[in-house]
Design a protein. Structure first.
Length: 335
């Protein structure tokens, strides 16, 4: 086992609505990422993926609120730290974030060099202009962006260039953990490949120590990450290697999720697409038992009220279901 770069222990966060209702968006999530490794999180919209990403930054803005749990980066617990400390000494250098809709994250009234300057001087107010420009030009060159890009505004850049610019700004301080929240969405296939290749190279060169990659596309994660977690209704329901999760999912939700999309590696001819009926539960009042039970065709009465713990099996795998692995696989094989 390598050095653990990120450890999340039983993290719980919630949203508080304007009617003072609690929405338990992240409920007891735990996982680790080792140095040099990438972990993917998949799940349908609204399952809590992006909320988990924001929660891991340790920097909370209403309506998102921290409840409990630990976020440990390279041995340092950032949970409960003063927001000013997090902003000045954690964000950007220890953990960085590429937001969803990253192409819209750039202020259209500012030149790109201004974003780099703001990030670097937030951590070191004495950093001079020449050092800032040298660092910026070097990182942009690594990402295939001409140095002239630094003097442009966001509206002058193509979609792919905007995405690479956001990645350059996010990684300029060589973070130990990079959270990429659907960084390839809204891009054409060619640009997607370029962005994914670029992020791999940043890890290979050591600019990024570890990465959490979020998307709703399991096959995409197969080509990007070492391991994959599947999230449903605020909880992790299964975890395994990328190959195991794409070709041998165990949890009924993971199985249904894979059955609803084409896997090019298996050949698309003859593949039948399935669908998961129903809708996720209301997280204002999460179910007592399995949160997937109402949509699961394999559920038994006990699933709706029994506590469903995480079950380890195999080499580093985990799933959250009352049924045994062999029982589930036998059911799937008979379909």
């Amino acid at each position: 086992m390598g050095k653990v770069m990120l450890e999340v222990r039983n993290l719980k966060t919630k949203y508080v609505t304007r009617f003072h209702e609690d929405v338990y968006a992240v409920d007891g999530v735990s996982f680790t990422i080792e140095e040099g490794k990438s972990l993917g999180i998949a799940g349908e919209s609204g399952c809590g993926k992006s909320t988990l990403a924001l929660s891991m930054m340790g920097y909370y803005f209403p309506p998102l609120h921290y409840m409990s749990g630990d976020i440990i980066i390279d041995g340092r617990n950032i949970s409960g730290l003063d927001p000013d400390v997090v902003r000045k000494s954690i964000l950007g250098s220890e953990i960085a974030y590429i937001p969803q809709a990253a192409m819209n994250a750039l202020n259209p009234t500012q030149k790109i060099i201004k974003f780099i300057t703001d990030v670097l001087r937030a951590h070191d107010p004495k950093k001079d202009k020449k050092e800032i420009r040298d660092m910026a030009e070097a990182r942009f060159a690594e990402l295939g962006l001409p140095k002239e890009t630094l003097e442009k505004h966001a509206v002058e850049l193509s979609g792919g260039m905007k995405q690479r610019t956001v990645i350059a700004v996010s990684t300029i301080l060589n973070p130990k953990v990079l959270i990429a929240d659907e960084p390839s969405s809204a891009l054409d296939v060619t640009s997607q490949k370029m962005v994914i290749k670029m992020m791999r190279e940043l890890m290979e060169k050591g600019y990024i120590k570890s990465m959490l990659f979020i998307t709703h596309e399991l096959p995409l994660l197969y080509n990007v990450t070492d391991d994959i977690m599947v999230m449903y209704a605020g909880q992790i329901v299964e975890k395994g290697t990328a190959k195991e999760m794409v070709f041998d999912p165990v949890h009924p939700y993971s199985h249904g999720l894979m059955g609803s999309i084409l896997v090019p590696e298996e050949g698309t001819r003859g593949q039948k697409l399935g669908a998961i009926p129903g809708a996720p539960p209301n997280l204002k009042k999460p179910p007592d038992g399995c949160r997937f039970a109402e949509r699961c065709k394999y559920a038994c009465p006990e699933c709706r009220y029994a506590s469903i713990p995480e079950k380890p099996f195999g080499e580093g795998r985990m799933y959250r279901c009352l049924k045994g692995v062999d029982e589930l696989k036998e059911v799937y094989s008979g379909e």
